[in-house]
Design a protein around this ligand. Structure first.
Ligand SMILES: Cc1cc2nc3c(=O)[nH]c(=O)nc-3n(C[C@H](O)[C@H](O)[C@H](O)COP(=O)(O)O)c2cc1C
Length: 509
């Protein structure tokens, strides 16, 4: 295997000079690109790579920092770094035709074992490069130095076995840093900004001896590397609970889209207002603002379905920021409608974004919302964080049905609630007690903790009353008691519980 470490030596002097001039250039002026702010964490490395001719802009004044980098581009970048030597081999790859702009680069990269094909015939020149792939490419360019395989990244178990040594080497040498939550995100597509930054650090490795500039850059990267935003609008809390579950699973930042003027709490009045806004193609004003939208590569946009589409305030949101080059992952809650119409609207509003398949949670499957969200994240290629895998069922949703009404509650995570849930589905007759609660006696006692402290019931709570062995749904205020154990809390609808007749059967599942 041929080591390319000489590359760094050849470029070292130029790199040092460039690094010094770049820092001041990026700080006091602009970067030469309209889409690379001088205070962006990758500004120095972008300017460095441009000045060295390692990476060119994507337009006259554009670098497209959030854009993807294909395998053909990477081969060309590394090939240019070696002054484009003659390639000796002929293509064995059916997808790399002679005469293509990357032909020589791919031949050279494969000949030198820096980038191999997927198999004997496929190189995948147009495929995006992931973060672990790029670490491996740099590692092989360095001569594949032997070393540790383990890293302390929180998602290290997701790093492919072929890339483990490379990632450990890249971290050891300060070439890569983690994202928020100490994630490496091995399967995340490496953006052009990330590629430029890794190349910059790789070429300047030997000079990375704790100078203040380099430390500053490392800090900047980890501070700003939260690349998922979960932005949602929710009038009655359904979409909000899905958004919160997604934030827990991805470690992304949550942002609530709040209207300047609240929507009416009265359902019919809200229907009328939403209909008016739709007819007028209105853009209801938003009172909140996303700081640093440019740092997010993936924006999950959540909303209730209104008239088969997004509420108009979502259109205001999508027009308020530049989503070009970003990935938009839509999710919705609704009575029964799907998300298809809303996805079409988002695609129309954001033609330069990649709009992914949406997640639709309807009222009939809202009790499976977390499970569906997790499946959806896998389908769209976003990993569920280890943290959320370790803590399942902490907020299991309960469907509570009587007559035509369906309500939802979140279960507590205690032995009593778990014991109650283990008997599901159940149907029980409730009667009023004291004008504060509706109660029903269980045929068998539930398990309880020995040492209980007094619990102050809240309106909307479902509790277990230990001495009598009954459940109680609180719709009015009641006293605290150490004999009350919380089992679940209604997301909404406590007043509807208060209105049920004695003898009403409530089903829970
Ligand atoms: C103005 C308005 C229009 C609605 N239109 C639809 C619809 O077309 N299809 C549907 O299935 N549900 C519709 N719904 C129900 C909501 O989508 C559903 O209750 C949603 O889960 C509410 O989410 P939220 O709690 O986050 O506000 C509508 C609700 C409102 C208030």
């Amino acid at each position: 295997m041929k080591s390319l470490s000489w590359l760094k030596t050849g470029l070292a002097a130029a790199a040092m000079t460039a690094a010094i001039s770049v820092s001041s250039f990026a700080a006091v002026s602009d970067t030469g690109y309209i889409d690379v702010a001088s205070d962006a964490w990758y500004a120095d490395s972008v300017v460095y790579c441009s000045e060295q001719g390692i990476m060119n802009g994507t337009g006259e004044y554009q670098f497209s920092p959030d854009g993807q980098t294909t395998r053909a581009m990477i081969a060309s970048v590394l090939y240019r770094l070696q002054d484009s030597p003659e390639a000796e081999e002929n293509s064995i790859f059916a997808d790399v035709s002679e005469g293509s702009w990357y032909y020589d680069a791919v031949m050279w990269a494969s000949e030198n074992n820096i980038m191999n094909g997927y198999n004997q015939t496929q190189f995948g020149p147009d495929d995006a490069v992931t973060r672990e792939q790029f670490a491996s490419i740099l590692w092989r360019s360095e001569g594949a130095p032997a070393g540790e395989e383990e890293t302390t990244f929180s998602d290290s178990s997701q790093i492919s076995s072929y890339a483990k040594q490379a990632v450990a080497w890249a971290r050891e040498n300060g070439i890569i840093s983690g994202k928020e939550g100490n994630r490496f995100d091995p399967n995340g597509v490496a953006t052009r900004a990330e590629i430029s930054s890794m190349i910059y650090r790789w070429l300047n490795q030997s000079e990375n001896t704790n100078t203040s500039d380099e430390n500053e850059m490392e800090e900047d990267v980890s501070e700003n590397n939260t690349d998922i935003l979960i932005a949602y609008f929710s009038r009655t809390g359904n979409t909000e609970s899905v958004a919160e579950a997604l934030a827990d699973m991805t470690g992304g930042d949550l942002f609530e889209i709040t209207p300047v003027e609240d929507y009416p709490t009265d359902y019919n009045a809200c229907l009328e207002q939403a209909q008016r806004e739709l007819n007028d193609n209105a853009r209801p004003a938003i009172s909140s603002t996303v700081e640093n939208m440019e740092q997010y590569e993936v924006v999950m946009v959540g909303f209730p379905i209104w008239y088969g589409d997004t509420p108009m305030i979502i259109q205001t949101f999508l027009e308020s920021y530049d989503f070009d080059g970003k990935t938009i992952a839509p999710f919705s809650t609704s009575g029964s409608s799907g998300i298809g119409g809303a996805v079409n609207s988002i695609e129309e509003l954001c033609p330069e974004s990649e709009v992914l398949e949406g997640l639709s949670v309807t009222s009939s499957n809202i009790n499976r919302a977390e499970e569906m969200a997790s499946e959806w994240l896998s389908e769209i290629g976003l990993n569920v964080s280890e943290e959320s895998n370790e803590a399942p069922n902490q907020s299991q949703q309960i469907e509570i049905a009587f007559g035509d009404t369906v309500l939802y509650a979140l279960a507590e995570n205690n032995v009593t609630a778990n014991d109650f849930l283990s008997d599901f589905p159940v149907s029980m007759e409730f009667e009023d007690y004291n004008n504060t609660e509706k109660i029903s006696y269980l045929s068998e006692e539930l398990q309880v903790e020995e040492n209980r402290t007094a619990y102050q019931p809240q309106i909307g709570d479902l509790c277990y009353y230990v001495p009598w062995g009954n459940l109680c749904f609180f719709y009015g205020n009641a006293n605290a008691s150490s004999d009350l154990v919380p089992v679940a809390h209604l997301l909404s609808g406590a007043e509807q519980i208060g209105q049920i007749e004695n003898g009403t059967v409530i089903s829970m599942r």
